[in-house]
Write a protein that binds this ligand. Structure first.
Ligand code: GLC
Length: 434
């Protein structure tokens, strides 16, 4: 391991809490779904047993319908809002009886995480038996998505809350907020006691976030009713690309295990349908990449974000489209004053390079894009994403997100949000191994 990898390893060791890893101290004191997946990849390089425990702990919180929640509240820590008491996962009849959680989910990364861990594992046979012990739970989770989150049977699943996207306050959602007028909730924010308010969502944005949860709670987190009543109903290219990539990995892993023909067949059917619809519905010629589809208002939301390029990670576009996407990326996000890859279009008026998902660079998206660019043999650009990622971490530390403007990095104060952030550390370890 290099010196930087050793530092990353220390971040993960410090963020370990008996059976799972927190994303970072103070700000995020519980277990988050997609964080856990990325973290397990990093852990696998130096403690694969811990990586297994990380995933097992998350999977223990799976619901009776296959759903895996976005936050599992393992402790009664009240330094986080909204916590378990607000979310009330117990309202759903099939929610876990042993774990409190939210009633929403996050991008389905576990399939490709398992495959990646298999590639890292020194003892393949032993790791394959571990995979055998958990893979059906991940398959069950995919079945949940296709059976409950795809009302038009298109092979594309929806998210009903911006927190399900993982890209919490993306400017894309502003269009949805314009269709809503939630009450002014009274609550005590905890995030802004840990992090500068200029780097976090606004109070009014939080009103919208809470209001959608109130609607879902009113319907006891029933998917059919949520699909009918949620003002936020989006087919997100990042979320669906994660699902498609994970389908692909599950197919590979079931083939390694042997048997399981019916599941492989089902996964292959989902793949064909999902990729066709994805390409037909989510590619936006006007912006030269994929965008988000608003199912509630039946229209594409015509914005470029780092999510727009994530389908290259899941082998979704053909080579021509991939060329077009990379051209768009370089043109809009890639001028020499910017680090790759800003989370939102730097040429757009809604771009804000300091504020969370409205512009800063995030390491997990860079990792996804780096691997996607390599899939299509854009080696030089992949290399640029990798060296940008290393540079911003070396200059600032393992922050949650980073200013995309290079000039801001001269002082070493261009890392924002939480520090010693787990997935920044975990995915850097992996990138440096490549
Ligand atoms: C923020 C991010 C989300 C992440 C969570 C925990 O809410 O937007 O993607 O999972 O923090 O790190």
């Amino acid at each position: 391991m290099t010196a930087l990898q050793e530092k990353a390893k220390d971040v993960l060791i410090n963020n370990w809490r008996e059976k799972f890893t927190i994303p970072c101290a103070n700000l995020y004191p519980f277990q988050w779904k997609w964080d856990s997946g990325f973290i397990a990849i990093g852990l696998s390089y130096f403690d694969i047993e811990k990586a297994k425990i990380e995933l097992n702990t998350l999977l223990d919180a799976q619901w009776g319908n296959g759903f895996i929640p976005h936050i599992v509240f393992h402790t009664d820590n009240d330094s986080y809002f909204p916590g378990a008491k607000f979310h009330r996962s117990d309202l759903h009849p099939l929610a876990s009886k042993t774990h409190k959680s939210t009633g929403m989910t996050q991008p389905p990364v576990l399939g490709f995480v398992l495959e990646k861990m298999y590639q890292i594992a020194a003892n393949k046979n032993e790791f394959l038996s571990y995979i055998e012990s958990v893979i059906d739970k991940v398959y069950f989770n995919h079945e949940y998505f296709y059976n409950n989150r795809d009302p038009k049977n298109e092979g594309l699943v929806y998210i009903y809350h911006n927190w399900e996207s993982g890209t919490d306050n993306s400017p894309i959602w502003d269009d949805i907020w314009e269709t809503m007028n939630p009450p002014e909730y009274e609550f005590e924010r905890r995030d802004t006691t840990h992090v500068d308010a200029s780097e976090r969502p606004s109070k009014r944005e939080y009103d919208h976030y809470l209001h959608i949860i109130e609607i879902a709670k009113k319907h006891n987190y029933d998917d059919v009713k949520i699909a009918k009543h949620s003002p936020f109903l989006i087919q997100d290219p990042l979320f669906n690309a994660m699902l498609i990539k994970s389908n692909e990995s599950l197919i590979n892993l079931y083939k390694l295990i042997g048997n399981n023909l019916a599941k492989i067949q089902q996964l292959e059917n989902w793949q064909v349908k999902a990729k066709n619809s994805f390409n037909a519905k989510l590619f936006d010629e006007n912006i030269g990449a994929y965008s988000h589809y608003d199912l509630r208002n039946e229209k594409l939301l015509p914005y470029l974000s780092s999510s727009s390029f994530s389908p290259i990670f899941a082998n979704i576009p053909d080579q021509n489209r991939a060329n077009q996407m990379v051209e768009t990326m370089l043109q809009k996000f890639g001028n020499e004053n910017q680090y790759l890859c800003a989370s939102f279009d730097p040429t757009h008026q809604r771009f804000n390079p300091k504020k969370y998902w409205r512009g800063p660079v995030w390491i997990n998206l860079n990792w996804i894009l780096y691997n996607g660019l390599k899939n299509y043999e854009f080696d030089a650009i992949a290399q640029r994403v990798k060296s940008d990622t290393i540079a911003i971490i070396e200059k600032n530390g393992f922050y949650e997100y980073f200013d995309s403007r290079k000039e801001k990095h001269e002082t070493g104060a261009a890392g924002y949000g939480g520090n010693d952030f787990s997935w920044s550390a975990a995915l850097l370890i992996d990138m440096l191994e490549n």
